[in-house]
Design a protein around this ligand. Structure first.
Ligand code: BGC
Length: 768
């Protein structure tokens, strides 16, 4: 496998310039802070292949739908994450020559993503036709302590010559999306202003009226001192800049510090976003680069303190997991319940920056265990706030209750493939499952009273309407669906969907009993608000009792869907290597007819409802389905890995873990150029914490049953659990659990109870 980056515990290092693969490096070198993000684009001009990407959280465009054949119920638009004003830009002219790394001789190029401190460092030396060498070093970050602030330090040193240098720090709003259905540009200019050492640009989206202001301020220093310079103002449509010219002496370093603030009318009234942007950029400017950077580094220090995973004996694995944790924290900080986690985060345009079931099914446990409880809660509130839209969505399909969208920005469905939009309804249960997961982990039952129950009732109403009763079999069925395995469409009785639908109803009934018994007054309020009827509750019970689950008696396994066993049952090892991935080599029709599984489907259900199935059942299903799974979704191997860990297939668990852990760093799926697989990054964390360490909640108690992969000497991770901060360390012989914060806690290890004192620790032998 090709190695793109140097292996290092804390840094992602690119050595040498890679013009042919620039997009891959740009994706990996992305920075974000939950409010905004930028790909690893260069500050100076670059005429080579690049995907320019600056993304502002929650700012999107409802691009008019383009489909081959319109079907009633399709959404009018497909939301696009917007490439916004390029605010990092600094054009560089040395002795009158525009610096463009695609055209000029460059040596000693390196790009380093420093994950511990959260910044991007780039350095290189330019050699001109007269062998004059100029060294450039650039450091930039998007502040984790002041989310609307970005800062760049751009240093130039003419090594063997005196030089005439012009630097043009600018803001450029004339940007476009590659992924635009009608090649339309999405932004209009509202206002611009430019003066010496500052500029401002306000753009608005053509639809939805999102306003974004970028304000910049800069200064240039030589060894901390001001320099003599000339400034020319540049002011043209959608663009403001300053051309700053000065003479640079041989061997001296000149640094331009560019501070940028980015404000939007999502956070302020439209008429105030410019004054806010100016206030913020002035404040950043007066703090200065080093102070801002130190505050930013401290914020990262806190994040790492709670979420780092340390692996000893395998630097590649260490780099992989840190990269994933770093990117997850860059994407979502939980400060704003209107935001969510797009599959590509702030690293590309694919998937439109929208929210998928990925959040609840794959990312949620990571945030739940590694950050403040409110952050996971905000992810739930996001869906609560979309409940009315989810009800409309169900009505559009002619159904009761709420159907959460498969793809969304604001609660409306914005995906338009019938087999996904209309049929991949299992997503509804993932929303309910996250509520269950949250409450079981945090014990915050109040959430159910305030928000959760309403979501549970409306999703249950949807299921109750979507099932159909088959009197001949006296069973409820769910026909015409797509399960998590998107390589099957319009199937009947997908085991996962039926199982999760019935579970959803059962959990709603359980929560209803709890509220009724423990909070009768609140129950009455909710009953009235939701117009809960006794008959519907009876129907839910009936469905739970009579749901149909396809099962293969002879093998003792769940059948993925009706008819699955009628297919030609081959294994992935039967597919010639050159035909993999099948989604790139086979016709869609052939994929649909085959038995090959895109991603965990039955196995996803075994993971979610783990307590309901014994190890033998898990083993039989794993043995049958894993060899048939092509893992062509990055969300797949982690779930199989967790089950493999549980059933004692330790080597297999590790092999599957590796497929998620360095997916983007090794460009495993050959698509990192589009952006990173942010939502599957949590998969490697899940595979370690839920898989290798076997973390579960059993009867309200935290429980572990760890093993260590052969390739590792030791691993450790932190968990925040109900006010306790725990550090779990596993080596070849011993497990240690240390309590770093919190009072006495009782937990289970290999199903035996232990109590840890405040600041205490327990140590015992690994028995796997
Ligand atoms: C997967 C879905 C997922 C989507 C976005 C698809 O390839 O099959 O399960 O929601 O990608 O990550």
């Amino acid at each position: 496998m090709k190695q793109y980056f140097k292996i290092d515990e804390w840094n992602i290092i690119e050595e040498g310039l890679h013009p042919e693969e620039n997009r891959i490096y740009e994706s990996v070198m992305s920075l974000g802070n939950g409010h905004m993000g930028i790909r690893g684009n260069f500050e100076e001009d670059y005429s080579g292949d690049t995907l320019q990407g600056t993304y502002i959280a929650g700012v999107y465009y409802p691009d008019k739908t383009k489909v081959g054949w319109w079907k009633n119920g399709y959404p009018e638009y497909f939301a696009k994450v917007l490439n916004a004003t390029n605010f990092i830009g600094i054009k560089v002219l040395i002795n009158g020559v525009n610096i463009d790394l695609a055209k000029i001789k460059v040596k000693d190029f390196s790009r380093i993503l420093d994950m511990k401190n959260g910044y991007l460092l780039r350095s290189f030396t330019i050699v001109d036709s007269e062998n004059r060498e100029t060294k450039i070093e650039v450091k930039r970050f998007l502040s984790m302590s002041e989310l609307e602030i970005a800062a760049i330090s751009y240093s130039i040193t003419p090594l063997n010559h005196d030089a005439d240098i012009s630097l043009i720090p600018y803001l450029d709003g004339d940007v476009s999306n590659e992924d635009s259905n009608y090649n339309e540009k999405f932004w209009l200019e509202v206002n611009r202003a430019v003066d010496n050492e500052q500029g401002l640009l306000t753009m608005k989206t053509k639809k939805l009226d999102f306003h974004v202001t970028c304000a910049m301020k800069y200064d240039i220093k030589e060894n901390g001192n001001d320099i003599t310079k000339e400034i020319e103002l540049i002011d043209k449509e959608k663009y403001v800049g300053n051309k700053v010219s000065f003479t640079a002496s041989k061997g001296k370093t000149y640094t331009l510090y560019k501070y940028i603030s980015v404000t939007t009318n999502r956070d302020y009234d439209t008429e105030n976003i410019e004054s806010e942007a100016i206030k913020k950029v002035n404040n950043a400017y007066s703090k200065g680069f080093d102070v801002l950077l130190n505050e930013h580094i401290s914020a990262w220090e806190r994040i790492w303190k709670e979420s780092d995973v340390v692996i000893e004996g395998d630097v590649k694995a260490q780099q992989g997991i840190r990269f994933n944790i770093f990117q997850l924290n860059q994407t979502y900080t939980g400060h704003d319940p209107r935001l969510n986690i797009g599959p590509k985060g702030f690293t590309g345009e694919k998937y439109g920056g929208s929210t998928y079931w990925d959040t609840e099914a794959f990312c949620f446990p990571f945030y739940l265990s590694t950050s403040d409880q409110n952050i996971a809660r905000n992810l739930l509130i996001y869906r609560y706030n979309h409940l009315e839209k989810a009800k409309e969505n169900a009505r559009k399909l002619g159904l009761n209750g709420a159907l959460y969208p498969m793809v969304t920005m604001n609660g409306e469905e914005c995906h338009n493939e019938w087999e996904i939009t209309f049929e991949e309804i299992h997503r509804n249960a993932a929303i309910s499952y996250a509520i269950f997961n949250y409450v079981r982990y945090t014990d915050d039952k109040q959430y159910l009273l305030d928000y959760g129950f309403e979501v549970l009732v409306e999703t249950s109403r949807f299921w109750a309407d979507r099932v159909n009763y088959n009197p001949r079999k006296d069973k409820y069925m769910i026909l015409g669906v797509t399960g998590p395995n998107e390589y099957e469409n319009n199937v009947n009785n997908n085991w996962y969907t039926n199982t999760m639908a019935a579970w959803n109803l059962e959990y709603t009934l359980e929560v209803m009993e709890y509220i009724k018994n423990e909070h009768p007054a609140r129950f009455e309020e909710l009953k009235n608000k939701l117009k809960l009827q006794d008959e519907e509750i009876e129907k839910w019970k009936d469905i739970v009792n009579k749901m149909y689950y396809p099962y293969v008696e002879s093998l003792g396994i769940f059948e993925q869907q009706d008819g699955y066993m009628d297919k030609e049952l081959l294994n992935v090892s039967d597919i010639p290597k050159e035909e993999l991935p099948i989604n790139k080599h086979w016709s869609w029709d052939r994929i649909l007819r085959s038995c090959f599984i895109k991603q965990a489907d039955v196995i996803q259900g075994l993971y979610f409802l783990s307590d309901r199935f014994d190890l033998e059942t898990k083993k039989r299903n794993f043995d049958f389905y894993e060899p048939k799974t092509v893992h062509e979704s990055s969300l797949s191997p982690c779930i199989y890995s967790i089950i493999a860990s549980e059933i004692g297939y330790e080597e297999k668990a590790y092999e599957l873990y590796l497929r998620t852990a360095r997916l983007d760093l090794d460009n495993y799926n050959k698509d990192t150029d589009d952006g990173l697989h942010i939502t599957s990054m949590s998969g490697s964390w899940l595979a370690i914490v839920h898989g290798f360490a076997g973390m579960k909640i059993k009867d309200g108690m935290l429980s572990f049953s760890p093993f260590i992969p052969k390739a590792w000497n030791k691993y450790s991770f932190k968990i925040i659990f109900r006010g306790h901060l725990l550090k779990i360390t596993v080596d070849k012989e011993i497990i240690t659990i240390e309590q770093e914060e919190g009072n006495e806690l009782t937990l289970k290890i290999y199903d035996k109870e232990y109590t840890i004192e405040a600041n205490g620790k327990i140590t015992l032998e690994t028995n796997r």
